[in-house]
Design a protein around this ligand. Sequence first.
Ligand code: GDP
Ligand code: MG
Length: 234
Amino acid sequence: MKILVAVIAYNEEKNIANTLDDLARNNCGYDIVVIDNGSSDNTHGICEKLGVPYLRHCINTGSPYGTVRSYFDYAGKYNYDIICQFDGDGQHIASELPKIIDPVKNNVADFVIGSRFLQKKGFKSSFLRRIGINLFSFINSSITGRKISDTTSGFKAYGKNVIDYFYKTYKNEIYDINQILLLSFFNGARIMEVPIVMKAREHGASEFNFFRSAAFPVKGLINIMGCLLQGKAR
Ligand SMILES: Nc1nc2c(ncn2[C@@H]2O[C@H](COP(=O)(O)OP(=O)(O)O)[C@@H](O)[C@H]2O)c(=O)[nH]1
Ligand SMILES: [Mg+2]
């Protein structure tokens, strides 16, 4: 099976070398591509120096979700069977990857979410963000009938049917994780959550400042309604 780890990065020159080093030391048989979302720093220069393939957007799309279309297209074009999203800011741990890859490899799931909340260890996010995460986890659990505790986790693995759906069929813009999850579910993906551990960021700040955190639930709810309409129209 061909497995790809897509490291998503925006201005991560202080974190990307450590992230790639962790992936190299714990590689369980995957290829790596960095999706540089139009960084204005030297993120791509570091990838170049380390000889790691990267795809560089000419502009920043404004959010991590702007990288998703690129990595699904890359995975589809180069015929990968499994793709994992991995943050370039050092919050994800390479040795945890088999936990999300194995259920797809063993054909028991097509969409695996690494959840921070299924065990006590590790970084859990701020209180305010946890309210948002709980709200969307509740809504998505109700719609899919699967227990989802960490909807917004960026630590995920997708199988071939999800890759093909976004590569070949669904050509519209991807705005957030609710959309990826619900459209995959409507397309027949088996969703599963597994416990994983995350770390806190070492350098730089999260995209979620006060304004983004306030807009997040509003945009998310609009997006979910759009997905429900698209799901019904199938
Ligand atoms: N903030 C931000 N992060 C991006 C973007 N594109 C890719 N990323 C990467 O997406 C990952 C998650 O972003 P982050 O701000 O840390 O979100 P958080 O971990 O949910 O707080 C990081 O590795 C970023 O480098 C972007 O346009 N904005
Ligand atoms: Mg982060």
